[in-house]
Design a protein. Structure first.
Lengths: 464, 459
């Protein structure tokens, strides 16, 4: 293991995020984006005094490393959920427990992965760091999606990805704008709308790609066999996914290279009460890399539990699978970003909150979703972009409402409240929705209500 | 027939100086005219001066101006080839392809002739002429298809024109302009764009309501009643849309002219010579005669296109929907398209926007309702229900474009997103193999393997 930097961590939770004019050039060097800066708000100052007393140097380094990575976050108390979930699986404890513990365990892991990505970015330079962040920023959602695919649970994939986008657009953004508006009641809150606009174009492109396969099902008459429709839908979805990936690559080129200046966080120098120090990595490259791989494996493990136990949990807790996938899973996966976005909104740094929320939504909408389609194409599973009427309708309206809300470049608490309430309404809609979904392999997911509901709607609601 | 024989000193940019704008006022030039002028060629009249006979000289110079005065001249050869192919009964797809190619320079020449006539008729009538004849190709194809009772082709080609203008022309212009001007900030005046979007949204409403009427009906209502309701609503909406278009013309050509004049700076670099006096290059009556003649040729080629579209679609393996929505408008719009890109390269976004959005508005609020009214007169049942896939594509195209243009700046990412949206919609119609049923009962389009005759298209 290469040498570890053992100077005391003097950049406090805000120090990393000092966006002074000098600092912004440092950020440019280290490829920090709004995403990184937001997560840094959950870091904790590491108290290295206890470790200094350990005689052995190697042991000391190792313990320092451990402390930075494991204990360096306020969410560290959730870490015990991970071994608890593993133990529960081996002891055969009831599945809902495993589900709940796995979800709790995923929360700090997502935050730590973001921290490690940021640390690695110190070593790899701004562009690569930005790329790394762009791909790993939503590692949890990506892993859950791919695992659910391999278990042929296409509905869970679609719902969880859709729920992520909705959560970022309405929940994260809504609470940030609301809390920020309340905290800064007397001040005018402004942000640069150009950055938000680019995200909205791309989200609208993604919406178009979801809408057209959905409309194929309505275009068909009674005579057209379902196989023709799903075939057309599949071909269109796969081509659209390639186009969505092309546009995401163009977005990365735009964001990290040609129009970088639009995306640099704009801040004034006098906002920071904590000390500003030189940014350095606190763990070395290889240790960071090893931790990243390790954490990704643990995320994969917990996600496996989540995907395997979701039906049982839904029956025990009397919630539909769609509700759990659309509402609960994304809240867990996004918790760290969520907290960060709220903190920055409190400080009236709306550009960062927006960058986090909209950037995540764009990433999932235009990178994770098409990537999942392509992966399913390779695996041989029939997943298309048809997310069904209710979900696509919610997505369309949330994009339109958010775009409209953010179009004038200012904010107040009412905007945040409206977005938040929209999210609650959509959540209630899926909570109340007890229609079972039919999987492509013929199994019936979800609550089994009256049989006539199943026969009346089961054929038409979900075909893929 | 007098024709002015002075050399054409006006180049493609010279017409657009600030002094030129007052001249533009006099001659009713709009962004549309200026964009097409980028495809003109300087006429070299020296050869003709040597011809002894004066009348012959006049005729030849006239001929040169009109036929050879464009970079698209090469495509003129397709016209006689298409006529030959039709007389000798060559393969129908070949006739279709040749007619399509032949239509391209004709559309551009008609726009040129309209502009020349505008010199004589004054700004208002000139603007009106441009507003009506600017999309002559689409109008003629629509009316001919109606006469052949191919309502699906009409609807698809008009819809495709709007989509092509909104997404393809605009997208490529913004993309190329953004790449070429990557270090500069590109701005445009959004007021002009906004007016177009109001009208497009109104057109969208007129399309949406007959469509929703079909879904609002429950099981007991008979299909014929729904069709009748839809037809009445469509015809009434068409009259309203035409009223809106007339108001738009008044707004654009008379009361709020200043919003629509292209904004250029005097000191902008024009590498070609600055204008001398703008003069028409052909006489009024010769221009008029050429216009009538070209319109007749357009009508002839459009007749071929409409007659051979089904065979072409069968032999090329593409659905009629795809050919009408994607291929036909690309051909009809080719000249405007090239012009818009050229102006975007020069960072003159107002002109590119004026061309693209103006065309879209013209088709949506003039050609479409006019087709419905002509169908009414002919006794053909055409309504404004363009079916859910097409109407949704239209809705999303309008919303995406309106959202993209609402802040008054541009960069290449905007153009790329619009372009990719067009590619996705094209892919959607390419993949769509569901056959269309014409109102007279014949089946149009590809037949899926085990389904001889089903249709979702009822007019």
């Amino acid at each position: 293991m290469a040498g570890i930097v053992t100077e005391p961590w003097s950049s406090a939770e805000n120090g990393n995020a000092s966006m002074t004019a000098k600092g912004s050039s440092r950020e440019l060097r280290h490829g920090r984006t709004a995403h990184n800066m937001s997560s840094s708000s959950l870091r904790k100052k590491s108290d290295l005094r206890v470790i200094q007393k350990v005689p052995y140097k190697g042991l000391k380094d190792f313990l320092t490393n451990l402390q930075e990575v494991i204990l360096g976050t306020k969410l560290a108390i959730l870490f015990p959920a991970i071994p608890a979930a593993i133990i529960c699986t081996y002891c055969g404890v009831s599945q809902p427990w495993i589900f709940g513990l796995s979800m709790l365990g995923l929360t700090p892991l997502a935050e730590r992965v973001s921290f490690l990505t940021e640390q690695l970015a110190f070593y790899t330079g701004p562009t690569l760091g930005g790329l790394l962040n762009a791909t790993c920023g939503n590692a949890t959602e990506l892993i859950i999606a791919i695992l659910a695919l391999t278990n042929n649970k296409v509905a869970v994939v679609k719902y969880s990805l859709l729920g992520s986008i909705l959560s970022n657009l309405l929940l994260v953004l809504g609470t940030s704008l609301f809390c920020g508006g309340i905290a800064n009641l007397r001040r005018e809150q402004r942000f640069d709308r150009k950055q938000a606009d680019v995200n909205f174009f791309l989200l609208l492109l993604g919406l178009l790609c979801h809408l057209l396969p959905l409309l194929y099902t309505y275009v068909a008459t009674e005579d057209t066999p379902a196989a023709v429709i799903s075939d057309m839908s599949l071909v269109l979805s796969r081509s659209s996914s390639i186009i969505m990936l092309i546009s995401y690559i163009a977005y990365l080129v735009f964001q990290l290279w040609t129009h970088r200046q639009l995306f640099d966080a704009q801040d004034q120098e006098d906002e920071y009460d904590d000390d500003v120090e030189e940014e350095t990595a606190v763990i070395s490259f290889w240790s960071g890399f090893v931790w990243l791989v390790g954490m990704t494996l643990v995320i994969a493990l917990l996600s496996e539990y989540v995907v395997a136990t979701i039906e049982t949990a839904s029956e025990t807790w009397n919630l539909s699978v769609s509700f759990i996938s659309i509402i609960l899973l994304p809240i867990v996966g996004n918790a760290a970003e969520h907290a960060g976005a709220i903190i920055f909104a409190f400080k009236n740094k709306l550009d960062i909150s927006l960058g986090v929320a909209l950037g995540s939504a764009t990433q999932i909408g235009l990178f994770v979703v098409p990537l999942t389609i392509i992966v399913s194409w390779i695996i041989g599973i029939n997943m298309d972009l048809n997310f069904n009427l209710l979900e696509t309708g919610s997505l369309a309206l949330s994009i339109i409402i958010t775009a409209f809300t953010l179009q004038d470049g200012t904010s107040h608490y009412m905007k945040g409240l409206v977005l938040l309430l929209c999210y609650f309404i959509i959540a209630i809609c899926f909570f109340v929705d007890k229609l079972p979904q039919k999987q492509p392999n013929g199994l019936n997911m979800g609550l089994q209500q009256m049989n006539n509901v199943v026969t009346a709607t089961g054929g038409g609601v979900f075909s893929s | 027939m007098g024709s002015i024989v002075e050399p054409w000193a006006i180049t493609e940019n010279g017409n657009a100086t600030a002094k030129g704008s007052s001249r533009e006022l006099r001659h009713g030039r709009t962004a549309h005219n200026m964009s097409s002028s980028s495809l003109r060629k300087k006429s070299d009249l020296r050869l003709i001066q040597k011809v002894p006979c004066k009348t012959l000289k006049n005729i030849l110079s006239n001929f040169q101006e009109v036929i050879l005065g464009t970079k698209l001249t090469l495509l003129f050869l397709a016209i006689p080839l298409a006529i030959l192919a039709n007389s000798y009964h060559y393969g129908r797809p070949l006739i279709f392809g040749l007619s399509l190619i032949g239509l391209t320079p004709l559309a551009e020449r008609v726009s040129f002739l309209t502009e020349q006539l505008a010199f004589y008729t004054g700004p208002t009538v000139g603007g009106l002429l441009n507003a009506t004849c600017g999309n002559a190709t689409e109008l003629i194809i629509a009316i001919l298809a109606l006469a052949n009772n191919k309502v699906a082709v009409v609807k698809y080609s008009l819809l495709g024109s709007i989509l092509s203008n909104l997404l393809l022309v605009l997208g490529t212009s913004l993309f190329c302009g953004g790449i070429a001007n990557i270090r500069r900030e590109q701005r445009f005046d959004r007021k002009q764009a906004d007016v177009n979007f109001f009208l497009l949204l109104m057109g969208l409403l007129c399309h949406l309501l007959p469509l929703l009427l079909k879904y609002a009906a429950t099981g007991e209502v008979s299909t014929s009643l729904i069709n009748k309701m839809s037809l009445n609503l469509s015809r009434t909406s068409s009259i309203v849309m035409l009223i809106a278009y007339i108001a738009y013309l008044i707004f654009q050509l008379w009361t709020h002219r200043q919003l629509f004049e292209a904004q250029e700076d005097d000191d902008d670099a024009y590498d070609d010579e600055v204008t001398v006096e703008e003069t028409p290059v052909i006489g009024f009556w010769s221009g008029f005669a050429w216009l009538v003649g070209m319109t007749l040729v357009i009508a002839l080629l459009s007749e071929y296109v409409v007659a051979t579209i089904e065979e072409a679609s069968d032999s090329w393996g593409l659905s009629v929907g795809f050919i009408s929505i994607i291929l036909l408008p690309i051909v009809g719009n080719a000249a405007e398209h090239a012009g818009a890109i050229i102006f975007a390269f020069k960072n003159k976004l107002d002109i590119s926007l004026g061309v693209a959005l103006g065309s879209a508005t013209q088709i949506s609020l003039f050609v479409v309702p006019l087709s419905v009214i002509v169908a009414w007169i002919m006794g053909i049942k055409m309504d404004l229900n363009f079916n859910i896939l097409e109407t949704s594509s239209l809705a999303l195209a309008i919303i995406i474009t309106a959202f993209t243009l609402q802040d008054g700046t541009s960069h290449y990412m905007k153009g790329l997103v619009l372009l990719l949206c067009y590619v996705i919609i094209a892919a959607c119609f390419f993949v769509d193999q569901i056959p269309q049923k014409q109102p007279n009962g014949t089946i149009v389009g590809l037949q899926p393997k085990n389904n001889p005759g089903s249709g979702f298209f009822s007019a």
